[in-house]
Design a protein around this ligand. Structure first.
Ligand code: AGP
Length: 611
C-alpha cells in the first residue's frame, strides 16, 4: 500500500505535504513525489525516502504553492525508481498537464494502455497509475471532475487517487474504491490523506469517502458524487486519533513505543467490556446479533500475517470456551477455494488496518455464501469494519510500526472476550466465566512485569544475535505465539526463523539444529508442560541453544535450557497475552543490534491493500 496526502487552501502546502508524507511513510517507502500548482504545474519525484524528496524541493520556490498532491510508494507495478514514482502525468505532448497520485491497483491497465497507445499516447513508466492519468487526459473536455468520473467508470481494481490539472489551478479531484481515503475539513482548506495521521495536525473534522465516490474540492467548497455523477452528502465526523498518539515521544522507535503501550491499550480495549464482578462481557458492537451468536454452529476466523496468528489462538478459545467447531484460514486461500459455508456460520475477519485486501475479499466471500460476518478490527471506519455485519474494535490506538505488536494483543483480547461472550450463550459455566474474567483483568499488570525484563531479554538476544537461523516452538495456544515470534524476528531483523508446533520438530526440522542454533521455546506451565520439556531436551541433545519462556516460580526449567525469561502465572487460555511479549522484545533487540530500520523494514508496508 502507498500513502497519499493532498492539500488545497491558503497555506503554503510544501511543508504540510512533506510532514504528511513522513507520517504516512510506514505505508510504503520505495519512492516519493509531489506535484504542486503554482503558476503552472511543478513535479518532483525521487527514489527512496521522503527525506530525499525534501532535499529536492525545500529550497525550490516553484513548490511554494497552496495546492498540491504528494505520495509515498510501495511498489506493485514497476520496480522502485524515479520513473515509476508518483505523481504520474498524462501524455506529455498532447496532454492537459494532469498529475495523479494513486494507492491501489488498476487491474485492467494493460488493455487500457494498449487502447491509449493505439490512440498515439506515449508512456514513460511501467505503472498502472500512468495509464489512469493518460485516460483522464484522453477523456478531458475542460472539466476535471467529469473526466475523472468517466475514467473511473472504465477501470477495474482498487484506487484512492488525488488529481490536479494545470488547466484548473484552483481545483483538486479525489476518489476512492477499496483503498482508504479521508478528507479533512478545515476553514477554507482541505487536507486529504490515506489515514488520519496526516490530517489530525490540521483538523479533527473529516469525512470518509465511500467506494466509487469522487470529491471535487476548491478552497471554499466541496462536492461529492458517485462515479455516475449522482450527488452525495457525506457525514462529517470527529477524527479518532490525537496528535500525541501518533508522535514518537521519548521512544527510539514506534515499535518499542507500541510494545510499551500494551498494558494501557489492553486496559482501554477491555474497559466497559469486562465485568469481572458480575461475570459479564458487554460487547455493544455485536449486541444486535446476540441471538445469531447464541445459535452459532460454526466459527470461521480469517486473516493474514500477525492477524492470522491471533485468529489461530481464537480457534483454541472458541472451541475451548464456547465449545463451537472453529476453523481458521489464510484469507488469501479461503477466497479462492470453494469453501462450504453452512447455515449458522459466523465468519470473523481479524485485521489491524481493516484494509488488507485478502481479508476484505475473504469476508465478502463468506458473506456472499451466507455467513454472518464480524470484524475484530483496529481502524475505525475502515473498509472491513464497514463491510461486516457487526464487530468489536480493538481500541489500541494508531499502530505505526510496520511490525504489529499491540494490535496482536488487542486481537487476542477481543477474540477472548468474543469467545467468552458466545461461550456464555452456549456451554460456559458462570464460575469458569468469573475466573477467566478476573484473570483477564490482571493481564495488563502482568505485561508490565514482563516489560521490566527488557534489559535481561537484550542480554539473552545479544548472546545469539549473530546466528542466521532460528526456530520457535510452542504447544496449544502457545504454538501460534511461536509463529508470531518467528514472524516478528523475520520482519524486522531479516534473520530466517521458523515457528512450529513443538511436536512437529521431530518430523523433519530437527535436522536443522546444529551447535548453538537458537531455539526459542514457550514452556509455560500447563497441560502440555512435560511434553515441552521433552522437546527442549531433544533440542539440547543436538547442541541447540534453548531460550525458554517459562512461568515465574518454575524452579525446574533452568536445568533444561540455556536462557530463561519468566512470565507471571496465568490460566492457559490467557498465556499468549503474556508469552508473546518477550518474543516481541527479542525481535526488537535483534533488529536494533543488527542496525536495521525497525519501523520501516525493507520490502514491507503496514497493511497490504493489494493482492
Ligand atoms: C505484521 O507485523 C505485519 N505487519 C503483517 O503480517 C500484518 O499482520 C498483516 O499484513 C495483516 O495486516 P492487518 O492486521 O492490517 O490486516
Amino acid at each position: 500500500m502507498c500513502g497519499i496526502v493532498a492539500y488545497i487552501g491558503s497555506k503554503p502546502a510544501r511543508g504540510l505535504l512533506l510532514e504528511g508524507l513522513k507520517r504516512l511513510e510506514y505505508r510504503g517507502y520505495d519512492s516519493a513525489g509531489v506535484a504542486m500548482l503554482n503558476g503552472g504545474m511543478h513535479v518532483a519525484r525521487t527514489m527512496g525516502r521522503v527525506s530525499g524528496l525534501e532535499e529536492l524541493v525545500h529550497k525550490d520556490e516553484q513548490f511554494n504553492g497552496t495546492i498540491g498532491i504528494a505520495h509515498t510508494r510501495w511498489a506493485t507495478h514497476g520496480e522502485p525508481s524515479e520513473r515509476n514514482a508518483h505523481p504520474q502525468g498524462d501524455d506529455a505532448k498532447n496532454g492537459y498537464g494532469i498529475q495523479v497520485v494513486h494507492n491501489g491497483i488498476i487491474e485492467n491497465y494493460s488493455s487500457l494502455k494498449q487502447y491509449l497507445k493505439d490512440k498515439g499516447h506515449a508512456f514513460t513508466s511501467e505503472t498502472d497509475t500512468e495509464v489512469l492519468a493518460h485516460l483522464i487526459g484522453e477523456l478531458y473536455d475542460g472539466d476535471l471532475e467529469t473526466a475523472v468520473q468517466s475514467a473511473l467508470r472504465e477501470v477495474t481494481g482498487a484506487y484512492a487517487i488525488a488529481v490536479l490539472c494545470e488547466k484548473e489551478p484552483d481545483v483538486m479531484v479525489v476518489a476512492r474504491k477499496g483503498s482508504p481515503l479521508i478528507v479533512g475539513v478545515g476553514k477554507d482548506e482541505y487536507v486529504v490523506s490515506s489515514d488520519s495521521s496526516a490530517i489530525v495536525a490540521h483538523t479533527t473534522q473529516a469525512f470518509l469517502l465511500d467506494d466509487e465516490t469522487v470529491a471535487r474540492l476548491t478552497r471554499d467548497s466541496f462536492r461529492t458524487t458517485t462515479v455516475e455523477n449522482v450527488e452525495l452528502t457525506p457525514e462529517i465526523q470527529e477524527l479518532e486519533y490525537t496528535l500525541e498518539q501518533i508522535e514518537l515521544g521519548d521512544f527510539e522507535h514506534f515499535m518499542l513505543k507500541e510494545i510499551y503501550e500494551q498494558p494501557a491499550t489492553l486496559r482501554i480495549c477491555m474497559q466497559g467490556r469486562v465485568d469481572a464482578v458480575d461475570g459479564k462481557i458487554i460487547l455493544g458492537g455485536v449486541a444486535d446479533f446476540e441471538e445469531d451468536l447464541a445459535k452459532a454452529k460454526r466459527v470461521l476466523l480469517l486473516g493474514q500475517g500477525t492477524a492470522l496468528h491471533a485468529a489461530m489462538i481464537g480457534e483454541y478459545l472458541f472451541e475451548g470456551l464456547a465449545g463451537i467447531p472453529t476453523e481458521v484460514e489464510f484469507a488469501s486461500e479461503f477466497r479462492y477455494r470453494n469453501p462450504i459455508v453452512e447455515e449458522g456460520t459466523i465468519a470473523i475477519a481479524v485485521s489491524q488496518s481493516g484494509e488488507t485486501a485478502d481479508t476484505y475479499a475473504a469476508i465478502q466471500e463468506a458473506k456472499r455464501r451466507g455467513a454472518m460476518t464480524l470484524g475484530a478490527v483496529n481502524v475505525v471506519g475502515s473498509t472491513i469494519s464497514r463491510e461486516t455485519d457487526a464487530g468489536v474494535y480493538l481500541r489500541v490506538g494508531p499502530e505505526i510500526g510496520v511490525a504489529s505488536t499491540k494490535a496482536f494483543i488487542g486481537q487476542v483480547a477481543v477474540l477472548t472476550m468474543l469467545a467468552t461472550y458466545v461461550g456464555r450463550r452456549h456451554h460456559l459455566a458462570g464460575e469458569d466465566m468469573l475466573d477467566a474474567l478476573n484473570s483477564l483483568e490482571q493481564i495488563p499488570d502482568h505485561i508490565e512485569t514482563v516489560l521490566k525484563q527488557s534489559d535481561h531479554i537484550l542480554k539473552v538476544t545479544r548472546g545469539v544475535v549473530n546466528r542466521d537461523n532460528w526456530l520457535f516452538l510452542g504447544r496449544g495456544t502457545n504454538y501460534p505465539v511461536a509463529l508470531e515470534g518467528a514472524l516478528k524476528l523475520k520482519e524486522i531483523s531479516y534473520i530466517h526463523a521458523e515457528g512450529m508446533p513443538a511436536a512437529e520438530m521431530k518430523h523433519g526440522p530437527i535436522s536443522l539444529i546444529d551447535k548453538g542454533m537458537p531455539v526459542v521455546i514457550v514452556a509455560t506451565k500447563g497441560s502440555q508442560y512435560e511434553k515441552v520439556i521433552g522437546n527442549m531436551e531433544e533440542v539440547r541433545s543436538r547442541g541447540g541453544h534453548v531460550i525458554a519462556v517459562a512461568t515465574e516460580g518454575d524452579s525446574e526449567i533452568q536445568s533444561h535450557c540455556d536462557d530463561v525469561i519468566f512470565v507471571p502465572d496465568v490460566p492457559e487460555p490467557l498465556q499468549p497475552l503474556l508469552t508473546v511479549v518477550p518474543l516481541q522484545l527479542i525481535a526488537y533487540h535483534a533488529a536494533v543490534l543488527r542496525g536495521k530500520d525497525v519501523d520501516k523494514p525493507r520490502n514491507l508496508a503496514k497493511s497490504v491493500t493489494v493482492e
